[in-house]
Design a protein around this ligand. Structure first.
Ligand SMILES: Nc1ncnc2c1ncn2[C@@H]1O[C@H](COP(=O)(O)OP(=O)(O)OP(=O)(O)O)[C@@H](O)[C@H]1O
Ligand SMILES: [Mg+2]
Length: 303
């Protein structure tokens, strides 16, 4: 299992650039299932929309004043203040998103350009001039050939207390999503069982190859969560298409269930939600398989 920075913590990023595929639902409920198995989870809401932050009942954090996750990701000297952002939830600890996160993509794009001009002698652009276009980026804060290591660095400060870091990613490909995937190097992919998912999965595969080429990492696919599955012909066709494309990987099926939306609104995973939902067993299967893939299966699960 590939990990960054010698990290011994299992990090995974739930990602698919197509909007509304169930990233947040899957991330929250996989985190809930891991907690159910006795694992300590740090949940990171990397999406500027803050849906997971809201779904975990932490909407006040979304509106909190700086320093926020924005500062952690964009200022090299603020990485360790991630420790001050962690909020308790019954099932997990959470690094909430914040309204300021809407500006992160711009900052990380500038940081990436600064990294490029500093590492490519054929480009005659002053990094100082570029960084003036940002709020927080400075040439000396961007040391490597890319600027995608910002979350990786921040997680290293706090993750020793946890078994897992689960990252919910935004619905677009950009530097923020890349930083989430770079930090984890492991992706869990939710996909709707409808025809439009084919394009989304093809783009995902291309994007992972591009990120690997840019950074030299290998992105490991943990599995696919077919989501909002119903019993139509289209669902059947898409399930078999996913089965062919992800032949070597586990594929789980989460049915369409209103209770998943209700738990979301109630601020918890389905495991803490008052109403029993038959999808619990699916998310527990995902959690068990993650334990297996991360080599944690033999570790005692507390009663
Ligand atoms: N299996 C399901 N059954 C019923 N509703 C679901 C299911 N999965 C997700 N939903 C609902 O679909 C909507 C979109 O799901 P979610 O927010 O998890 O997707 P997302 O990929 O995170 O979206 P975005 O791309 O905006 O981040 C939410 O209202 C959620 O409650
Ligand atoms: Mg989401």
């Amino acid at each position: 299992m590939s990990r960054q920075s010698g990290s011994t913590v299992a990090r995974l990023c739930v990602t698919n650039a197509k909007g509304g595929t169930g990233k947040t639902t899957v991330a929250v409920n996989v985190a809930g299932a891991l907690n159910e198995r006795g694992r300590d989870v740090l949940f990171v809401d990397l999406d500027p929309q803050g849906n997971a932050t809201e779904a975990l009942g932490l909407v006040e954090s979304y509106d909190a004043q700086p320093p926020t996750l924005f500062d952690v990701l964009t200022s090299a000297d603020q990485r360790s203040s991630i420790a001050d952002l962690i909020v308790d939830h019954d099932e997990m600890d959470v690094v909430p998103s914040n309204i300021d996160m809407l500006q992160v993509e711009h900052e990380l794009t500038i940081a990436d350009l600064v990294a490029r001009v500093q590492h490519d002698d054929s480009i005659d652009i002053d990094p100082e001039t570029l960084s003036d276009l940002s709020l927080n980026v400075t040439p000396d804060s961007v040391s490597g050939a890319h600027a995608l290591d910002v979350l990786d660095e921040a997680l290293a400060v706090v993750e020793d207390d946890y078994d897992y870091v689960v990252i919910d990613s935004p619905p677009f490909y950009g530097k923020l999503t890349d930083a989430g995937i770079y930090a984890s190097q492991n992706i869990l992919v939710p996909a709707l069982t409808e025809a439009s998912s084919e394009r989304a999965i093809e783009l995902l595969i291309d994007q992972m190859a591009a990120l690997e080429g840019q950074t030299g990492i290998t992105v490991n696919t943990l599995g696919v969560v077919a989501n909002r599955v119903e019993k139509t012909n289209e669902d059947e066709t898409m399930l078999s298409w996913l089965g062919e494309v992800f032949e070597e990987f586990p594929i789980w099926e989460v049915r369409k269930r209103v209770a998943l939306q209700r738990a979301f609104t109630a601020g918890s995973s389905i495991f803490q939600y008052e109403e029993s939902v038959d999808m619990e067993s699916v998310f527990l299967d995902v959690a068990t398989e993650l334990d297996r893939q991360f080599g944690l299966l033999d570790e005692e699960v507390p009663a």
